[in-house]
Design a protein around this ligand. Structure first.
Ligand code: HDD
Length: 683
């Protein structure tokens, strides 16, 4: 595959190239460029004597190290990013004049950072949490940032409550616990006493908060924005990212175990997929509402705790983003990238959503402390690819050398340049919405229904998804120490569903709700992951083999699975190679020590003619765990013995074979494509 296919050589990449350096095969120097003669021993007065201050190399090396860390993000600290490109399918001229949404032949470079929200920079990635999905489009008209999440609504309606929300879910200040978890008293105390959180909490207790992969989750801009076309006409718009592989999740027990077995599970998956050429793809969708229809809905379209049901306002798919290149340096790119929902381009404008308006302040403010001053836009990853000129000057770490005496406007000495642009010339002109009102600290009545859409979400779930939500709540509230907080939450969620609240109350030992219930009967099928696209493509299968396996059969099954895009990895008791009949020989990718069932999507239990007692035990555990997590299992020969439970062979998603390997491969691949077999669930 040529370099060009890996997203090399687009405009952003060329810009970054000017800053890249390769230290390999070079001579070591100090930061001042002086060649270093010794890097192991500090300069001392005598071999056993004190180190001398004049050792400038020691001083410089140590000082730099001492200052290597910068503050982590206040939220979304744990993240991973990749480069890619975006292309629109058809011109969006009718709705917006945004340049990057006009021409299907134009590829716009993008940089996307995915993240968890609550945990610190080093926390496990499979925590129950919303995921950040932030995209920077490097357009010819400047950077456009779509700073979204994988959940279409937010916990609060007004940004002034953001510090309270975050304080409540971060580790409790008196003991610094728990890490990367909302399963503690302060978060649930916040929820019960700030009931606008109800809708988003339904999402975070659902499978959405446990994505299988960054490649398999939706993204949402959350807020209502505006599209403005070249005639000055505006439409309200909400943005969606739809993963081409469908939206898929882990189960909670699996997610927790992965947290220990592989805390880098999601970044490993993204990095590995891109390196293997399985480029993650997301389609961009927009929901559009006419200005005059602003009040036609039973919710306020400015309220960030509300979604626009896709069945009422269809998602129009307008383009595709492909992530095709990993970063060269995680600190320089992923850590130093600075997103801001206020980075817009002509044709995209804001709405009066009070959460959005508050965000417009917070992001620059936080970058100022995190990145140490006002020049972070000059960091290579943050620079626009179009020219930029203004009278901003100086500040820490200024890199641009602005020439000439003039740094003010208006001026005559530089012919009044840099000059402003008219709208026709591409100058950003804010949409002239008419706004009138008294200065008040209050919330519109139209923002006060906190439960109808939470109930819509609940109603739209499959039975399995509902079970998962009940156990999500029961886990989280089960970890809460305060009986009062537990009870308050049960009573609160009775407004979403009595069944839900009663089930939680029963599980956590508090009183069932006294009243409650919801009148909402509406459903939105688009909200259920049961209805998402399913495919075996890029699913990882553990192939459990030992010496003496049936060579021709296993080789043909693996070949057939690969045609479907499945990624088989060989697991055995020792690294090295494992030999089967017909001269078949595989390199072993993992042992039972280095791998675990939870790290795979399916298991192919093969065995061999030389299986030790220990191998049997390990393989049985592996298969059993996969079964408990509802995963497809294919078993042939000795592998069948590992289906130790009497009725396991008869369960759905367990494919047995010996006779016809192509039929087995077909059935197994189909099962892998189905992902999980929920009818194994014992309720
Ligand atoms: Fe935020 C980071 C998404 C509400 C204040 N936010 C941050 C990131 C994402 C979001 C994806 C990480 C960006 C990256 O990868 O660097 N935030 C959202 C969404 C919200 C939201 C979808 C609701 C619709 N955020 C929100 C509010 C405020 C903030 C209401 C404050 C008023 N968010 C921040 C921040 C962060 C941030 C403190 C931390 C690090 C950063 O900005 O760069 O400013």
């Amino acid at each position: 595959m040529g370099d060009d296919h890996k997203g090399r050589n687009n405009k952003k990449d060329k810009q970054l190239e000017q800053f890249r350096t390769d230290d390999r095969d070079k001579k070591m120097t100090t930061d001042q460029g002086v060649k270093v003669s010794e890097d192991e021993f500090s300069l001392k007065a005598g071999e056993r004597g004190p180190t001398l201050m004049e050792d400038f190399h020691f001083r410089e090396k140590m000082t730099h190290f001492d200052h290597e860390r910068i503050p982590e993000r206040a939220v979304h600290a744990r993240g991973f990013a990749a480069h890619g490109e975006f292309q629109v399918y058809e011109s969006m001229k009718e709705y917006t004049k945004a340049g990057f949404l006009q021409d299907p032949s134009v590829k716009t470079p993008v940089f996307v950072r995915f993240s968890t929200v609550a945990g610190s920079k080093g926390s496990a990635e499979t925590a129950r949490d919303a995921r950040g999905f932030a995209t920077k489009f490097y357009t010819e008209e400047g950077n456009y940032d779509l700073v979204g999440n994988n959940i279409p609504v937010f916990f609060i309606q007004d940004a002034i409550k953001f510090p309270d929300l975050v304080h409540s879910f971060k580790p409790e200040p008196h003991n610094g616990m728990p890490q990367a978890a909302t399963a503690h008293d302060t978060f649930w105390d916040f929820v019960a006493n700030n009931q606008e959180a109800a809708h988003m909490v339904m999402w975070t207790m659902s499978d959405r908060a446990l994505p299988r992969s960054f490649r398999m989750m939706e993204g949402f801009g959350v807020h209502t924005f505006r599209f403005v076309n070249d005639k000055g006409e505006a439409h309200f718009v909400k943005f969606h990212w739809k993963p081409v592989l469908g939206t898929h999740s882990l189960v909670w027990d699996e997610a927790q175990k992965i947290g220990g077995k592989d805390p880098d599970f999601h970044r490993g998956d993204l990095y590995g997929s891109i390196e293997a050429g399985n480029y993650p793809e997301f389609e961009l969708g927009v929901q559009i509402i006419k200005e005059e229809d602003e009040f036609k809905f039973d919710f306020d379209i400015l309220d960030a705790t509300k979604l626009w049901p896709e069945e009422d306002v269809p998602v129009k798919i307008i383009g595709k983003m492909t992530l095709n290149r990993n970063v060269d340096n995680v600190f320089a790119e992923t850590e130093q990238v600075a997103f801001h929902p206020g980075n817009v381009v002509p044709g995209i404008d804001f709405s009066n959503d009070p959460l959005l308006q508050g965000r417009l302040f917070s992001y620059t403010d936080t970058q100022l402390i995190r990145l140490g001053g006002p020049n972070f836009h000059e960091l290579p990853i943050n620079r626009p690819v179009c020219p930029y000129h203004n009278n901003q000057r100086d500040g820490y770490n200024r890199m641009t050398i602005n020439k000439g005496p003039v740094s003010y406007h208006n001026n005559s000495l530089a012919n009044n340049t840099p000059a402003t642009s008219t709208e026709e010339e591409g100058g950003y002109v804010h949409y002239q919405e008419k706004v009138e009102g008294r200065k008040v600290r209050s919330r519109s009545e139209s923002f006060k229904d906190h439960f109808s859409q939470a109930a819509l979400f609940w109603n739209s779930m499959s039975e399995t998804e509902k079970e998962h939500i009940i156990s999500g709540f029961s886990f989280e509230l089960g970890k809460v120490g305060s009986k009062s907080v537990q009870q308050q939450n049960v009573d609160m969620f009775a407004n979403v569903s009595l069944d839900l609240a009663k089930a939680i109350a029963d599980n956590i030992g508090v009183n069932p709700p006294e009243g409650g219930g919801s009148d909402v009967t509406k459903t939105s099928p688009a909200l259920s992951q049961e209805n998402t696209k399913k495919t075996p493509s890029t699913r990882k299968v553990a192939v459990l083999v030992s010496e003496g396996f049936d060579g021709s059969e296993v080789s043909s099954v693996l070949a057939a699975l690969k045609v479907e895009g499945v990624i088989p990895e060989i697991v055995s008791n020792k690294l090295g190679t494992v030999k089967g009949s017909d001269n078949a020989e595989f390199n072993v990718d993992h042992t039972f020590l280095t791998a675990d069932s939870v790290l795979f999507d399916a298991v192919y239990a093969v065995g061999g003619n030389d299986v030790s007692q220990k191998f049997h035990q390990d393989a049985m555990y592996f298969v059993d765990e996969a079964f408990k997590h509802f995963k497809p299992i294919g078993a042939t020969h000795e592998g069948k013995k590992w289906l130790k439970k009497a009725d396991l062979e008869k369960s759905s998603g367990v494919i047995l074979g010996d006779d016809d390997s192509s039929e087995f491969a077909r059935n197994f691949s189909e099962a892998i494509g189905a992902h999980r077999f929920w009818d194994r669930q014992i309720v």
